[in-house]
Write a new protein. Sequence first.
Length: 221
Amino acid sequence: MADVPQISYANELARKGIHLLSLLIPIIYLNIDTQTALLILVPMTVVAIAIDALMYFHGPTRKRMHAMVGSMLRSHERDTNRFLLTGASWVLIAATMVVALFPKVIAVTAFTILIVSDTFAALVGRRWGRHRFLDKSLVGTATFIATAVVCVVVYDVIYALPPTFVLAGCLGSVVGGVVEAASIRLRLDDNLSIPGSIALVMLGIDLLLPLFSLPTFSKAL
């Protein structure tokens, strides 16, 4: 599979710095209810998609946005031959999806892993990645899984969650890391596939726990 043209490492740092600001989403969600969170996220998502549409269909808007942030856009985000959403829109779509479909503790965990682990995996993989694993680097995938497990443990420590949460979160972290590494061949934006796969694994395990008389965690928050 041919390599996808990459932005410079400096621009990758800037892009991921902005990406980390999305941690405000789970932080705020931990302090409000689901309905309020969706009342905030849905309009933000609509606006982001509208901006992407304007960038594609409206030349002056595209010129202005490219002048402002063009150096941080990936090649497919600058493509004028077809309409594709930018990473910012996909992040907001992912946030809306996990908040709407999954229990709060799972949604917050999955989305936090997306932001933290995807950031560190990209930066470490680009700088030190030498050996391929699926569509990414082995060291990048290992970094993703390691930082994802850290995120799970941090939430466990803060909220005193049952050990089954750590088990489910760690398994979800591994699955999320593999999905991230295979994102190109899966033809899915990893901003959506990562939290989606992690949340599904965690929810699936939570639903199975009563069969083994083990404590569930989905209603912990």
